[in-house]
Each structure stands twice: as C-alpha cells, then as structure tokens.
Design a protein around this ligand. Structure first.
Ligand code: NAP
Length: 487
C-alpha cells in the first residue's frame, strides 16, 4: 500500500524534520499542510534537500482546513513550493486555478480534491465528483464522512466503478468507521492513502498513524466489534494487546452499527475483507438468521458474540459460554448438582444457562420480562423461570447477574432482592465496569465468594482471537491489558 503522510507542523523547520521522519518511517510521499501554519511561509529552502515526493496543500475552511486567503496567495505559495522541490499541489474542486494550471503551475502534478465532512452520497454522486475532479488531467481525490455501513458500501461501489476507467484515484472515508477505507485502500484500488506521522498528529478524522499502517502486512487481520450504541468497550485494548503479542499487525475496529444497518454491515465485512468481529448489544440474537451457518457453540446458546469469515461465508460462534465456564474453573467453583439463579434473559444469560445446564446445575431464571425468562428456560435442560416472590423463598448456591444493572452508564442498585444473597454462595456479575458493582459489594459483605465479568471478558476474547487468527497469545496477555486499562 502506498502511503502519503500528512505533515501538520506550525513551522517550515518543524515540517521539514517531520518530512525526514516520515521518509525514514517508510512513507512513499508526504503532504505538507501549509494551511495549518500560523502564516504562509516565505523561505521554503529546508524542503529542497528532502528526497521524497512532496505535495503542497492549502486546505480551505469549507473543506476542513484553515486557509482563508486569496487564490492569488495560494498560487504564490504553490509556485514557491514548486521551486523548492515540491512535485505536486492540491487544488480543491472548483478552484479557478484549475483552469490556469497549464500556464501558472507548469510541470506540477495536480491533485484535485473534494471533501464532504457531513456524509457520504450515493455511489453515482461519488463517481460524479471523481469524474469532475479528473477533468483537467488531475489526480482525483475525494473524502467523505462515513456515518454507517451504507456509506462504506457506497464508497466500495464507487471505487469499483471508477477503477474500471483504468485511471488513478484516491477515495477516503473519514471518521471512526472510515478507518476501514484507509486500511483497505489497496483493495479499493486507490493510488495511495493518507496517514498521520504519529498518533495525535492526524490531519483528518479517522487517519491512522504511519507505523500502524506499515505494520499491516497482507495477512494482518482486520477485526472489530459491532454494537449500538457502542459505548465504552475494552475489547479493542484486549485484541490489540493480543495482536502485538503474537506479532501480527492488524487492527480491531469499533464499528457502530445501527439495527437497521446490520444486514448492510455483513456485506461490508465481505466487501472489505474483515477476518472476524465480535457482536454485542443489541445484535447477538438478531444476527443469527443473517449468517450462513452457526458453529455448535452458537447453536447451543442461541446467540452469537463472534463471527468468523471463512471462504466467503459468515460463521457465527459463541465464546461467552466458554468465558463463563473459565470463570467458574478459575474460581474453583463446581456447578454440578448446585442450585443456580440467573438474572436476565438476553445473550449473556443464555450463555450462562448453556454452561450451567451442561454442567448439571438446577437453574432458575429471573427476568424483568417474565416471558423471555420462560422462553430461555425452555431451551436448556434443568432450567425453569422464576419470579421475585418464589426466588426469595429459595436458597441458591450460585447467583449470576446477566443484566446491565450496576454497569457504568446504567442504573445502579441490586438486580435482585438482597435477601437472596447469603454466606457460602458464589456470586458472579457479568458486568466488569466498575470492577465491583453493588451486587458484588453486598454479596462479599454477606460472606459470598465473588467474581466480576473480567475473567469472562478475557476468556471470551481469547477464544474469539484464536478463532480468527489460529494463534493463542495466552490469557495473561488479556489480563495484563485489562489491568493497564483500569490504570
Ligand atoms: P441483552 O441481550 O440486551 O440482555 C439484557 C438483559 O438485561 C435482558 O434480560 C433485559 O431484560 C435485562 N435488563 C436490561 N435493563 C434492565 C433493567 N434496567 N432492569 C432489569 N433488567 C434489565 O444483553 P446481554 O448481551 O445479555 O448483556 C447483559 C450484560 O452482560 C451486560 O451488562 C454486559 O456488559 C454483560 N456481558 C458481559 C460479558 C463479559 O465478557 N463480561 C459478555 C457479555 C455480556 P428484558 O428482557 O426485560 O429487556
């Protein structure tokens, strides 16, 4: 993949140093963003000796930059740049200088750029922008804000259509989900893509740093997590630590996918060659009928938290049940023959009931919406639904909270009557943020053995990672990443 590093320094000297650093870091070309300097420089001599293709750019405010000067000032700077060793200049679509390029910018390569920071239009509109931007024998570059899966599909469609002309182009999706277009610039057929010199030096939203882009060898997997709204998630930290540990490049992306775009996202996964992704609230059950097939684990649980792409097929797995199993094992708790109470009836509760039922526990399920508890109980041997009143009359050996109650951003408080908790129990909360919920605090005070959701998180992540990459970084890597995340 050819990479152009955007240089965002305030002085010519700083920019020249950054250009040299970008060259050493493996950049193929650089773009100096003169609009981000406090004033237009006059002495450009420090660039002369730097032997790497250079683009001069003065991005106007309407296109996401800071240049507010005249076209005459722009021409003056660009002409000085060309005399100081620059090879190309960036002109925005509609710039009057495009008409005068033969006269005033002779011998310069010209990139004709277009930016839309609001959204991504239809493939035909993108195509129209690219065609207009290439009208003066210029290299067309178009960048659009990506708002969701549909926008990513529009960019891929437009790239396919424009590629058939055989002409070079650059097409970029901006924003968090737009990262996919940067990582897959080669696959889209782009002449090159943009990167920052380092984290914190981004010239556009979603720009990745040079080292990250360079670490992406052909077999580096692109992974991610889909959910909506995708609030706080530690999964990227765990998987990036795992990728580093096994020496694979690759990226684990946060992908906010609204329910109405779930099907489009599956198309995105195939189109952009995503190796696999995690699935979280609210898609774990909704995704089941949309996949090509389910592996035994997902079939048993009836929910999917991991999807693997293999030979063009989308295969659903469930690694949450494994996470629950490993929590019990690490805590030294035997479930066989025990009386367990599971609170909640969503994906996590299903995974929990799957493990407890397979272990030979007698499981009672309590849920705010009683019908869901009954439906869940029917799936698993030894499971039945219960209500608040009956629950308080029983004594449970094991209690597991599978609701988001107590999680940061959700209502606090106990998910069940306090009298259900008692000495000698094992109480697990699938919530891991905060590390100690009110449920665990009260249970511990009453003499129960407790575990939060960290072990489940670490083990489900490890198994998902191994499914995608065939590698086992070891659970300690996941625990280390969790400790680092919690400071
Ligand atoms: P889900 O499928 O959306 O199910 C949520 C469940 O919680 C439903 O039974 C829902 O009841 C109940 N619930 C939601 N808000 C509630 C409230 N205010 N009061 C009472 N009950 C409420 O979600 P999920 O995927 O099962 O996740 C549930 C929890 O497990 C989350 O906190 C998640 O962080 C945690 N989890 C942890 C891990 C881990 O690795 N540690 C993995 C997966 C999940 P209704 O049926 O009435 O809506």
């Amino acid at each position: 993949m050819r990479i152009c590093v955007s240089i965002v320094e305030e002085s010519v000297e700083g920019a020249a140093r950054a250009v040299a650093e970008a060259k050493d870091g493996g950049a193929d070309l650089v773009e100096v963003r003169f609009d981000l300097m406090p004033s237009l420089p006059t002495d450009l001599s420090p660039f002369k000796a730097l032997d790497i293709p250079k683009i001069a750019t003065l991005r106007t405010a309407s296109q996401g930059g800071r240049f507010s000067g005249t076209e005459r000032a722009r021409l003056g700077l660009y002409q000085s740049c060309l005399r100081s060793g620059f090879d190309m200049v960036d002109l925005e679509l509609g710039s009057p200088l495009l008409e005068r390029r033969d006269r005033e910018l002779r011998h310069a390569g010209v990139i004709c750029s277009y930016h839309d920071h609001q959204g991504t239009p239809s493939p035909s509109s993108i195509l129209e922008r690219l065609v207009l931007a290439s009208a003066k024998e210029t290299l067309p570059k178009a960048a659009f804000q990506v708002r969701g899966a549909k926008d990513l599909l529009s960019i891929a469609d437009a790239a396919r259509l424009y590629s058939s002309t055989g002409k070079e182009f650059v097409l970029i999706g901006m924003g968090e989900m737009g990262e996919l277009t940067r990582l897959r610039a080669d696959r889209l057929g782009c002449a090159y893509t943009y990167a920052s010199l380092a984290q914190g030096k981004e010239a556009a939203p979603g720009q990745l740093d040079l080292a990250t882009m360079r670490s992406l060898s052909d077999d580096a997997p692109i992974l991610g997590i889909i959910g909506h709204p995708l609030g706080h998630t530690l999964s990227p930290r765990l998987h990036h630590a795992a990728l580093k540990e096994v020496g694979l490049g690759g990226r684990y992306l946060r992908l906010d996918v609204a329910p109405e775009e779930l099907e489009d996202f599956l198309q995105v996964a195939l189109e952009y060659d995503i190796r696999g992704f995690n699935v979280t609230i609210p898609h774990k059950e909704a995704i089941v009928p949309l996949l090509d097939r389910l592996d035994g684990s997902a079939d048993k649980v009836g929910a999917v938290n991991t999807v693997l792409l293999q030979d063009g097929q989308l295969i659903g797995h469930n690694t949450d049940a494994h996470g629950v199993e490993m929590t019990f094992r690490e805590m030294g708790v035997e479930a066989k023959g025990k009386k367990a109470l599971v609170v909640g009836a969503g994906g996590a509760a299903k995974a929990c009931c799957s493990f407890l039922s397979a272990s030979g526990a007698k499981v009672s399920v309590y849920n705010r919406t009683r019908q869901r508890a009954e439906d869940l109980a029917k799936r698993f041997r030894g499971c039945r639904a219960t209500d608040l009143e009956s629950m308080t009359l029983e004594r449970f050996d094991i209690v597991v909270n599978c609701t988001p109650l107590g999680m940061a951003g959700f209502p606090s408080g106990l998910p069940l009557p306090e009298s259900v908790l008692g000495e000698g129990q094992f109480v697990m909360d699938t919530v891991y943020n905060p590390p100690e919920t009110e449920l665990l605090r009260v249970a511990k005070a009453k003499g129960a053995l407790t575990a939060n959701g960290e072990r489940m998180l670490a083990h489900q992540a490890l198994r998902s990672f191994s499914l995608w990459t065939g590698k086992d970084p070891g659970v300690e890597v996941m625990y280390r990443a969790l400790r680092e995340a919690s400071g």
